[in-house]
Ligand binder design. Sequence first.
Ligand SMILES: Nc1ncnc2c1ncn2[C@@H]1O[C@H](COP(=O)(O)OP(=O)(O)OP(=O)(O)O)[C@@H](O)[C@H]1O
Ligand SMILES: [Mg+2]
Length: 245
Amino acid sequence: MGKSTITAALALITAGRGMKVLAIDADPDANLASALGIPLADQKAILTIARQKRLIEERTGAKVQQYGQIFRINPEVADIAEKYSYRHKGVDLLVLGAIEGGGTGCACPENVLLRSLVQDLVLHRGEALFMDMEPGIEHIGRATARGVTSFIIVVEPGQRSIESFRRISAMAEEIGIEKLFIIGNKLRSKADEDLIRQAVSGREILGFIPFSEALLANDRDGRSVIDDLDDSLLALFEDMAGKLL
Ligand SMILES: Nc1ncnc2c1ncn2[C@@H]1O[C@H](COP(=O)(O)OP(=O)(O)OP(=O)(O)O)[C@@H](O)[C@H]1O
Ligand SMILES: [Mg+2]
C-alpha cells in the first residue's frame, strides 16, 4: 500500500531538517529498515524487541511463552528506544517485531512490554516520531491515542484499499484518535484521485503520491525510498512532512 515507503520518506526528510527522529517499525512483518535504505548485511545488527527474551523477562518479571503468570503491567520502558534503536541517516529505527503464539491481542509478557513501550514513546518523548503499523492498530490504546498528533491512512485507488480505509478509520475513531489524515498513493490518473477524494470525503487529505517507477526501483534495488527521486516527488514528501510538523 505504501505505508513503509511513506514512513521512511517522512522520517528521512524530517531527520534531514535536523530534528531528532525515532522511526518505529510496529508491523509484525517488519520492513522499514530496507525502506530506510539500511543494507541487508547491516540489518542483522538490528535488535527486535519482541525477541529480546531477557529484556522482556527482566522488565515484566514473567517468563516468555508461559501461561498463568503474574507480571508487572507497567514495566520500565523509558530507556529501551535509546538502547535498542539503530541509527541510519539520522533516523533512529526501533523494530518491535512479531508476538509469537497468542498474537498481538494476547496478555503475554511480550505484548505487555510492547504496549507499554509504545504508550510511553507516544506520550512522553519530545521529538518527531513516526510509526509504521500493520493495517490494524493493536498497539494503540485510548491513552496513547491522545498523544498521537497525526494518524495517517494510506489509500490506493482501489476498492480493497478503500474498504481497509473504512475499517481502519472506524477503529481509529473508536479509540479516540482526533487527527486523522489521508495520503492517496500510487495514482495514475485524475480518475484515481477523484475515486479517493470521493471515498474519503470529509477527511483531510495530506497529499497524493503518483505511481512512481523510481519508488519501485528503489525497493527492487534495496535503496532508500528517497534515493534519486525526481524533484517533484521529493517536493511532495517535503510538503507532507512540513504539514505534519
Ligand atoms: N507511489 C508508488 N509508486 C510505485 N510504487 C510504489 C509507490 N508506493 C509504494 N510503492 C511500492 O509498493 C510496494 C509496497 O510498498 P510498501 O512496502 O511501502 O507498502 P506497505 O504498506 O508498507 O506494505 P506491507 O503491508 O507489505 O508492509 C513497494 O515495492 C514500494 O516500492
Ligand atoms: Mg510495510
